[in-house]
Design a protein around this ligand. Structure first.
Ligand SMILES: Cc1cc2nc3c(=O)[nH]c(=O)nc-3n(C[C@H](O)[C@H](O)[C@H](O)COP(=O)(O)OP(=O)(O)OC[C@H]3O[C@@H](n4cnc5c(N)ncnc54)[C@H](O)[C@@H]3O)c2cc1C
Length: 463
């Protein structure tokens, strides 16, 4: 519980209606999309300006109060979970467009802006914000930056990091710092902006972001291809990406498709059933590019990698094909899935896929495993569904073993235990499979430099 004197000081900063202390609010703001931890914040505060954020952080330093920065709480690693009496600082009110600069093709927004609103704003200017995923309707720009979110267009446009040209942050010591100021070129020493990108709220609060916008994309087509063997998805990827400028290359398993079709009422892409499906998208300025895609499809059929396929003939058909992939995550939620979000280099993927598939089949035959992910980026989402008979705790304990086995495999393949969801609480025990002891020590030193009193999201990323 927050002591009365801190309550009064917080009210003096943000006003009474912006400090939430009711149980329902604490529960709502204290968790992200993971279901493993109970929300237990001491309060939720909703600042409206950078100055208010600064005053909150300074107060937290004086009172030794831990802060959990909160965006849309769509995170999948427990980064925004407040389970130990922390103060949640939610940026929801800081959601305005602050400045649009057509000449620079950049826009400065409050960190609380919803990702989808930024995409919409860009579209209204005839431009494009390419970071996109199924939670764009509720995640925030600050949360995207704090997790360096990836999504479905990374193969062409890269991660969130590629689009951040400036940040205004309040660090853990309560200093307001402007990082990079929208510059395209700025070789003036360490680029601290990039430390904040992916920092998961452990260095400070991102208050404003200047985002580079892309030119509007060309018309695009979507293909779904049926593939029988896991490893051959990589052959298909290599074939298509060699000759086409792909804007997405995703995959999902038959089991994932079955769940989405049964629970969302979508139509199957074609009647042939295969163990896996690749969904690829490419932009085109002429019919010849579509012809080239069809020729590649024929080639994959001849090689025996692909069993069947479909190409969108209209925008609505393309959207419907995308739903087969995009709706998987939300559909699986009812089974309280344990998520592994892993990556290896594309060139090592075929071997890795073989080993990870064998490991899961041999060691965990009783689990229902759903595969999908951004395979064009070397990124797999391995979802283990909770069997009805196991409690959440029993299930979690078993999944810990899976994560350890996969962590060891990832270490062998020099892969990542968290490709795009961040580390948070969920993956911190596995960080050492991807990061050396020296790196971890350096990360701790960096945290101390920005957050000397250790008030920013303690216990996330590392202890
Ligand atoms: C259905 C679904 C699909 C998803 N698909 C993808 C995907 O394809 N790719 C992907 O990368 N992710 C995906 N995610 C994960 C998640 O949506 C993204 O990571 C998203 O960027 C998180 O944003 P958020 O605002 O919800 O952050 P939150 O969950 O609120 O927070 C995430 C982390 O950022 C910190 N944080 C939040 N705001 C700030 C701030 N202003 N300053 C400092 N730190 C802050 C939090 O403390 C926490 O550590 C998906 C999630 C769901 C539910």
């Amino acid at each position: 519980m927050l002591p009365q004197r801190i309550i009064e000081q917080l009210i003096a900063i943000v006003g009474e209606s912006r400090l939430l202390l009711e149980a329902d609010d604490l529960k709502r703001f204290g968790v992200d999309r993971t279901t493993l931890w109970q929300a237990a914040p001491c309060g939720v505060v909703l600042p409206g300006t950078v100055e208010e954020v600064q005053s909150i952080v300074r107060l937290a330093n004086q009172c030794n109060l831990a802060i959990v920065p909160s965006g849309g709480r769509t995170g999948l690693s427990g980064g925004a979970v407040a389970k130990d009496g922390e103060l949640v600082v939610a940026l929801d009110r800081m959601n305005q467009v602050i400045e649009f600069n057509p000449m620079d093709r950049s826009v400065t927004v409050g960190a609380g802006m919803i990702t989808g609103q930024l995409q919409q704003f860009a579209e209204e200017q005839g431009l494009f914000y390419p970071v996109d995923f199924a939670s764009s309707g509720s995640s925030q720009v600050g949360g995207n930056i704090a997790t360096n979110a990836g999504g479905i267009k990374v193969i062409k446009y890269g991660m969130t990091r590629n689009w951040v040209v400036g940040l205004k942050v309040v660090n853990g010591a309560g200093d307001v710092i402007e990082l990079n100021k929208g510059l395209a070129k700025n070789n003036t020493g360490y680029d601290l902006r990039h430390l904040f990108i992916g920092s998961e709220g452990t260095l400070g609060l991102i208050c404003e972001a200047t985002i580079q916008l892309a030119r509007a994309p060309l018309e695009s087509s979507v293909m779904v291809l049926g593939i029988e063997n896991f490893a051959e998805i990589v052959d298909v990827l290599a074939c298509f990406s060699h000759d086409l400028d792909l804007s997405a290359f995703e995959f999902f398993s038959q089991l994932a498709l079955e769940k989405v079709v049964a629970h969302r009422g979508h139509a199957v892409p074609f009647q042939t059933e295969t163990a896996f499906y690749a969904l690829l998208e490419f932009e085109h300025s002429s019919p010849e590019i579509v012809d080239k895609a069809m020729a590649l499809f024929e080639h994959c059929l001849d090689k025996g990698w692909v069993m069947d396929g479909v190409i969108s003939q209209s925008l609505s058909q393309a959207k419907n094909l995308w739903k087969l992939r995009e709706d998987i995550s939300e559909t699986l939620w009812q089974w309280q899935p344990y998520k592994n979000d892993i990556s290896v280099r594309i060139s090592r993927m075929a071997d890795f896929l073989g080993e990870v598939d064998q490991l899961v089949m041999e060691q965990y035959p009783d689990f229902e495993i759903i595969w999908y992910g951004h395979i064009g980026d070397g990124n797999l989402h391995l979802n283990i569904l909770k069997p009805e008979l196991l409690s959440v705790d029993q299930f979690h304990n078993k999944c810990v073993n899976v994560s350890t086995d996969i962590g060891q495999l990832l270490a062998k393949y020099e892969g990542s235990v968290s490709a795009e969801h961040g580390v948070g609480l969920l993956k911190k025990d596995y960080l050492h499979y991807s990061r050396s002891a020296v790196e971890m020590d350096m990360m701790r030193s960096i945290k101390r430099a920005f957050d000397p009193n250790h008030i920013m999201n303690p216990g996330k990323l590392f202890d």
